[in-house]
Design a protein around this ligand. Structure first.
Ligand code: ADE
Ligand code: ZN
Length: 334
């Protein structure tokens, strides 16, 4: 569209990107070879990077995607692998105009297969430091808990990460993975502890699951953000509350289409959110799986909603305001 150069030039803040979701089929195969990891041959999709990419075009649901997501990341073994994955994402983010990135990772997906927690966080932290130094891209790491596993598993992981929350190596806590059948309230204790320690909190809610999960995340987990939150528009009172409390909704348009949460970007409640004063940002979620990075998501929204330059400036400002960096850095970002 004619606004593409305008969208490319906007200073972007990304709040919803899973670093493991930036693992491209080509990097997956490279790392698998380097680490002598055998990828399951029973599934023809793992026959080649091209076959895998083709399979990624046909996800039927969140769980269908997660199946490939958790298998693919088995090629990540060494600190250097995690660093390379994150660094390649930061390079792409920089070229898309990202000035600040708050990135998710799933430690349990690695510790559960025998990789040390320290290996994961050391690798990711090195890439973050490099991005700050070499790309002038500020970063925050957000630890996500996996909701398809027992809550006790989350409690163990949270305990492992305590020191990193205290030093600020970790900026916040999130909740992700399968949504339907896993109401967020079960994580109330962990989130309560995090709150007393002054740790920032967010959770995936209302992506594939019902709007009730958004209410529950707000009431039980006292989250400061909602990830996805596309079902929020179904409850006008709750939507008004989210707007009043300036809860940031981190939207991921191409993800929602690929995972069949909506048929088309046009169905997303972006116009409703703008009209209701709901703060939201536009993000890539798992860019290597969903056919686009952050700028592609901005362009898809523009194609669907034909927003004005003023509206884009409002979205840009909300993304900066809703971020978890200090006020000095926020002033610098705009
Ligand atoms: N983990 C990675 N991407 C996710 C998504 N879109 N929803 C829930 N968990 C995820
Ligand atoms: Zn996500």
């Amino acid at each position: 569209t004619h606004l593409h150069p305008f969208l490319a030039a906007l200073p972007k803040v990304e709040h919803h990107i899973h670093l493991e979701g930036a693992l491209s089929p080509s990097l997956l195969f490279t790392l698998a070879a380097r680490n002598s990891i055998t990828i399951p041959t029973s599934d023809a999709a793992f026959g080649s990077p091209a076959a895998l990419l083709d399979r990624y075009n046909r996800f039927s649901s969140l769980d269908d995607f997660l199946h490939y997501y958790f298998i693919g990341m088995k090629c990540l073994v060494k600190e250097q692998d995690f660093e390379q994955l994150a660094w390649e994402y930061f390079l792409k983010a920089k070229s898309d105009g990202v000035v600040h990135a708050e990135v998710f990772f799933d430690p349990q997906a690695h510790t559960g297969r025998g990789i040390a927690y320290e290996t994961v966080i050391n690798g990711f932290t090195m890439a973050c430091q490099r991005a700050e130094g070499e790309l002038e891209l500020s970063t925050k790491l957000i630890l996500c808990l996996l909701r398809h596993l027992p809550v006790e598993d989350s409690t163990t992981t949270y305990a492992q990460a305590t020191a990193d929350f205290e030093t600020g190596r970790l900026a916040g806590l999130g909740l992700d993975s399968s949504e339907k059948g896993f109401p967020p309230g079960a994580w109330k204790e962990v989130y309560g502890t995090a709150k007393t320690k002054g740790i920032r909190r967010t959770a995936h809610a209302g992506e594939e699951g019902p709007v009730e999960y958004i209410r529950e995340a707000l009431r039980e987990l006292d989250v400061e953000r909602i990830d996805h939150g596309i079902r929020l528009a179904e409850d006008t009172d709750l939507m008004r509350e989210v707007a009043e409390k300036k809860i940031l909704v981190t939207m991921c348009p191409l993800s929602n289409v690929r995972l069949r949460c909506v048929d088309d970007v046009k169905e997303l409640p972006i116009r409703t959110f703008l009209d209701s004063g709901v703060m939201f940002s536009i993000n890539s979620d798992d860019p290597a799986f969903f056919g686009g990075y952050i700028l592609d998501n901005y362009c898809a929204v523009q194609e669907a909603f034909n927003l004005t330059a003023r509206e884009w400036e409002g979205i840009t400002r909300a993304a900066v305001d809703g971020s978890w960096c200090n006020d000095g850095r926020k002033d610098h970002l705009l």
